[in-house]
Design a protein. Structure first.
Length: 251
């Protein structure tokens, strides 16, 4: 079952139960994740990821919604805002996302240059079913991925009072980055992978005499990929012998 169909089912049930009306007040909300935790925000309609352009620190051209792979600029850290309901959404640079004026806007909607977690930097993640969430600003509006996502201009609005498909985001948290282990020996690669909160999966061997035996040629997923902690990283290593089984000779 594809993401849209599966997610649409659970989200539709949740929205029907909510009566498709704007939710207000903090009583229905609570922190859905232990914080701090690193997360990605994926648009429901197009399956793209939100990007903090430049990693943060901006007041114009702040957010894109066209990324197809979550990398560093697509990772955000959720920080407890201290009230048990709201979180700050921190970018790679350590800045916080700000809902300008607290929400209710269609232009100049989001900044990413705040260095302190104050009122306009507080958001509530409202679960809509499974890993689907609406992102609510401090004034009670919801963030909208304009066009459902896949945009680099007019990307986000903050004036929605109802949670519909464009206000739905798939939130995946407790993420980490696959380290670059190319050129490492097997033992060093394993240490680096486990140190990143990952596990070593399968190991395959290359017979092209690229490097000495046990040298890592590449990993799958590749270096820099954003994956859940505990995921397996597969290694491809030099076997030290050629395709005829003869020891490689390096000059």
């Amino acid at each position: 079952m594809n993401l849209r169909r599966a997610f649409g089912t659970v989200a539709g049930l949740a929205l029907a139960a909510a009566g498709m009306v704007g939710l207000s007040g903090p009583a229905w909300a609570a922190l859905p994740f232990a914080t701090p935790t690193t997360c990605t925000f994926q648009t429901f309609n197009t399956g793209n990821y939100l990007t903090a352009v430049g990693g943060g620190g901006r007041t114009t051209d702040v957010i894109h919604s066209d990324a197809t792979v979550p990398r560093s600029w697509e990772r955000f850290t959720l920080v407890d805002a201290g009230d048990g309901v709201h979180v700050g959404i921190r970018t790679l640079t350590g800045n916080y996302l700000t809902a300008v004026n607290g929400g209710g806007l269609q232009t100049d909607v989001i900044h990413s240059n705040a260095t302190l977690l104050q009122a306009w930097e507080k958001f509530a993640l409202v679960r809509q079913g499974g890993d689907g969430f609406a992102i609510q600003t401090v004034d009670g509006h919801f963030l909208t991925a304009v066009g459902g996502g896949n945009r680099t201009t007019d990307v986000v609005h903050s004036d929605a009072t109802q949670v519909r498909s464009w206000e739905l985001f798939r939130v995946q948290c407790n993420l980490t980055t696959v380290p670059n282990v190319q050129g490492f020996d097997d033992g060093s690669a394993r240490n680096s992978i486990t140190g990143a909160g990952l596990t070593v999966g399968g190991v395959t061997f290359d017979n092209n005499c690229v490097d000495v035996r046990g040298t890592v040629l590449f990993s799958t997923p590749g270096a820099g990929a954003t994956v859940p902690r505990g995921s397996a990283v597969n290694l491809n290593e030099s076997s030290g012998v050629d395709r005829s089984g003869r020891p490689c000779i390096f000059r």
